[in-house]
Design a protein around this ligand. Structure first.
Ligand code: IPD
Ligand code: CA
Ligand code: CA
Length: 274
């Protein structure tokens, strides 16, 4: 099923086969599709009017937690919806976003995904991002490359900022909106176009697959980015902090680019929007 050898997780050894993670993500995707564009989907607002949880998020998370705990009963799971028992300080754990792009989902927009990362400390060793309505699956294992619908992806981009499609997102925290607006205007002046697609995990993967050229956003959660980071890193893409330094998953700020010169341009633009 998967070109990545099952059971091998790079230098750290394997807690789980990538093919099992892909099957779980696809199962969660089927659950989501069962609710997609259905009348009367039950939902409630979390903090901020765009931050929503639906019955589909909860059903998907239940499926993932059940499946992951069957596969690896001793590995902790942190999921967006549901109880969290603090951040594991060492060893493996799973980081799960059962539905990334809930607002799109609620409105019937097919750009949403399921995201599962296998973490070691603060870094992913493997990740799967599956977009069921688009029939797109991305996955990667550290040291074994990144795959898009079972085809290996290796980023070789020469795109410059004038030809680039850049993608960003609106943070749920309203205090972060002014910076995002300033950055968006500056990037819009230089890039071919700026888009807001609405699923951070999938936006990371779109950079990896060279469908878009740049993605930046602030105010994110670790489960929005962990699996996409694994995939983008393995594809050869550049992932950093918005100021160009090392990416810190817990900071919620990311800049992902298809090549180094685009990255330099973006760091310059984002630094001048402070
Ligand atoms: C959200 C999406 C969105 C991003 C938000 C995220 P959710 O995740 O990834 O694109 O702009 O900041 O929180 O809430 O749909 O899982
Ligand atoms: Ca999310
Ligand atoms: Ca979510």
């Amino acid at each position: 099923m998967s070109p990545v050898k099952s059971g091998d997780m790079g230098q750290r050894g394997s807690p789980v086969k990538i093919s099992d993670l892909i099957s779980l993500a696809r199962g969660a995707g089927e659950i989501l599709l069962g609710y997609f564009r259905k009348e009367g989907l039950s939902h409630e607002t979390k903090a901020g009017r765009a931050n929503i949880v639906t019955e589909a998020d909860v059903a998907s998370q239940k499926w993932l937690v059940r499946g992951l705990s069957r596969l690896c009963p001793h590995i902790p799971i942190i999921g967006e919806e549901g109880r969290q028992q603090g951040w594991p300080e060492k060893g493996f754990y799973f980081l799960v976003d059962p539905l990334d792009g809930t607002l799109n989902f609620l409105h019937g927009i097919p750009f949403f995904s399921v995201s599962i990362a296998v973490m070691w400390g603060t870094k992913p060793v493997a990740g799967v991002v599956h977009a069921p309505a688009l029939r797109e699956s991305f996955y990667a294992v550290e040291g074994q490359g990144a795959y898009f619908n079972n085809r290996k992806i290796s980023l070789q981009s020469k795109t410059n900022i004038r030809e680039a499609i850049a993608v960003t997102g609106w943070p749920y925290n309203s205090e972060l909106i002014p910076w995002t607006q300033r950055a968006l205007l500056l990037v819009h002046k230089e890039a071919q176009e700026v888009r807001i697609l609405g699923s951070a995990s999938l936006e990371m993967c779109y950079v990896a697959a060279k469908i878009v050229d740049v993605y930046w956003e602030i105010g994110l959660y670790p489960w929005d980015l962990a699996a996409g980071w694994a995939i983008l890193r393995e594809s050869g893409g550049i992932v950093s902090d918005i100021a160009g330094g090392d990416f810190d998953l817990l900071s919620g700020r990311v800049l992902a680019c298809g090549n180094e010169s685009l990255h330099r341009e973006m760091v310059r633009l984002l630094n001048s929007s402070r």
